[in-house]
Write a protein that binds this ligand. Structure first.
Ligand SMILES: [Zn+2]
Length: 146
């Protein structure tokens, strides 16, 4: 069921493709207040990750629940169904292509759902922190060998 009005839906559509969306900003400010630094925003690698840690080659995407078809919150739009459905399917395909491209080149990829930024920001931050600390440790160990 579509809980959004037509107007809300079109506003949502306008915002989904934009950068610097609300869940993105929330993640950045949460990382910042957790003391995490050294990340770039909209870094120019394939897929343009919303947040990127260069030393760890860690790419983080914040995915809108409608736009990327979240298994929990996705609801079919009521109007223009075929148009939006096609868009969503294209996005899913692109997400998969970006993931496998990056992973095959040694990048790590973390995808965060918009709803995670509403409901479980802390666990998202913990997940990212763990990944970054792991990689810094590996870098430090590798550094000692030389
Ligand atoms: Zn969701």
């Amino acid at each position: 069921m579509d809980k959004l009005s037509k107007e809300q839906r079109s506003r949502l559509m306008a915002s989904v493709k934009g950068t610097n969306t609300k869940p993105e900003r929330k993640l950045r400010s949460s990382l910042w207040s957790a003391g995490m630094r050294g990340y770039r925003v909209n870094f120019r690698i394939k897929g343009k990750p919303d947040i990127y840690f260069p030393k760890c080659r860690l790419a983080i995407f914040v995915d809108g629940c409608f736009w990327h078809k979240c298994p929990i919150c996705y609801t079919k739009p009521k109007s223009n169904v075929s148009h939006w459905t096609r868009k969503v399917i294209e996005n899913q395909k692109r997400d998969k292509a970006v993931d496998s491209y990056l992973k095959s080149r040694g990048y790590k990829v973390i995808r965060v759902w918009e709803h995670d930024m509403r409901n479980s920001t802390d666990s998202v931050v913990t997940r990212i922190r763990t990944e970054v600390e792991d990689c810094r440790q590996r870098v430090a160990i590798a550094g000692k060998d030389h």
